[in-house]
Each structure stands twice: as structure tokens, then as C-alpha cells.
Design a protein around this ligand. Sequence first.
Ligand SMILES: [Zn+2]
Length: 356
Amino acid sequence: MESSSLAFLQRLLDTISPSGYEDEAARVIKEEAGRFADEVSVDVHGNVHVVVNRGAGPRVMLAGHMDEIGLQITHIDDDGFLRFTAIGGWDPQILQGQRVWIRTAAGRITGVVGKKAIHLLKEDARKKVVQIEDMWIDIGAAGREDAVARGVAVGDCAVIAQGFQMLGPDLAVARGMDNRCGAWVVIEAARLAARMGARAEIHAVATVQEEIGLRGAVTSAYRVQPVAAVAVDVTHATDYPGMKDERDRRGRIALGRGPVVARGPNINPRLFDLIMTAAGEAGVSVQVEAEPRGTGTDANAIQLARGGVAAGLISVPNRYMHTPVEVVSLADLEACAVLLAETLRRIDESTSFVPW
Ligand SMILES: [Zn+2]
């Protein structure tokens, strides 16, 4: 991966961007896209629209959601402990004993999710998973007033205090790879497609609020009104211990084996064929995933926008989704961007997405 692309990825992953609080990620995307795009704008919902080839051929949208799952402060108690709730789908087993960063008006402050010591737990409590409503964040405050003086306010967001790190030469770990790496892919793909001389009018959109119901995709697809769109998200790799059943059902989805191309009712068959042709001709190895219903991704909302949009879905294989240690392959990320650009390069006025 080029060092400038890797630096962009790291900057994006270093932001704190839970659903509804995507401004830090948006700033990084605007800055990066400003170097090559014809237009960069933010809509009233917070989606960042990056346009390449304004006024050219058919309008094609790329969507990568830039929100991550996170936490939200709901209450500051008299002793200065912070109670919180989930933004997005959390496994409560992850949270206790972790350091967190809270984004406050006074900046990023560190706290810890406390836990009663094992010695003090009764036999049955040791086997139970503590629920989020019974947890608290300790910022070392002397009391409520002290916590407020440090800048904490009800409604502030928080994330687990984990950042980007390489695991060997190709695999990278970070919190919220889901789906800042998808947002990275769509911006990179727009840049590559422009360089390759693509003729489509490309709208690469870093969408908001996917984790709480595809909300940014709904509004941005309506605004862009594309003929075709490809969403880029992460998908579950099945190449680690405990995934044998998943492997038997869904096949082997492995890190480093290339982009995962979805096929099924959520996916326009002509667009699927075009993606597969682009992969074959460009020599990008891909994995195919069967999706028998609306997927849980932006592709679902986009397909149903206005009178219907030809939707596609390319996914980055991801281990340990919705944990602070999501692992992806950098080679897969690059291959996703190349595959998208190669697909865009094959779309012009003569391309029809009417399936039959
Ligand atoms: Zn997710």
C-alpha cells in the first residue's frame, strides 16, 4: 500500500466516530478527497459527498459508512461515575475492564469501565454476563461537579481506547474497521477511477449512522439519485477458531483472499456480472458470498431508494467484528479499491442495469 494511502487509513481509524458523531471522520475524508475530487460537500445529515467527473456519464454512487459502534453517556451520578448506553450492536462481554476515550467539549478524556473483582462475585454471578445498564465509567472524578468541570456532559460519546496497529506485514488491527475501512475504500476507488479515465459521474459517499439502521444511506441515495451504486462494508471472515459451523454453512471467507462480492436479491444481477468481469479481466481474486435477503448494509437502503437503484456490495473480510480488535488485510483493502475502480471504468452510457 502506498504510504499516503496508509496514512489516510490510519488518520481515519484514529478518529472517534460513533453514529451521529462522525465529524472527526468527515474532516479527514474532506481533507483527503479535496486533493483530487471535483466537489466535496457535506449534506444536512452529515454524509460526505465526493464527486468525480461531474457532468460526465451515468451517475454511480459508492457508499462506505464512516460511523463506528460506540457508547453514549446517559447520566453522571453524584459520586462522579458515568453511566452509559450502547450506540450500535455491542456484545456486553467486551466492555468491562477496558479503557475508554470520552469525547467531551474539553477534548478527549480517558476513563475505565469498572468491574467488581472476581473474589467478590458469588458463584452464579461469575457465570453471568453483566449488562451495559449495570456498568459504569470511572474517570477518577471526585464527584459529579468534578466530572462536569472536566467537560463531561450527558450525550457525550465514547469508544474503547484502542487504535491502529499492524499484526505482521499485511494484517492490521483497529477498533471500528467496521466500517472506516469501507469509507477509505470508496474514496480510494474514486481517486483511482479518475486516474484510470472512468466515464461515469462518480459520487463516493462516506455515509453516517449505518450502525443504527442505514440512516445515512437512505438520505444520501435519495439526494444523489444514482442509476447504480456499490456499498462497501466489512463481512465476517470464517478463518479462525470457533467458526467451523459458519464455514460449513457459508464457506471459507479468509483474510488476504480478496474482496467478497455479494450475490442475491439485494444485488442487481447485471452489476454483479460487471463486478465479476472486472475482477477477472483485472486479475483481482475475489470470494463470493450468498445473501438471500436484504443485507444489513447500506446496499439495502440504496437499492430501495426512489424508483430503485441497481445495488452491489463489496465487502472486506473482517475478523472479530464489533470488538475493539477487528482485523483486516491491507492487501484486501487495496484490492477492493482496485476492483471498484475497474468496475467504474466499465460503466458508460450504453450500460444497462435492467436485469431481464
Ligand atoms: Zn457494524
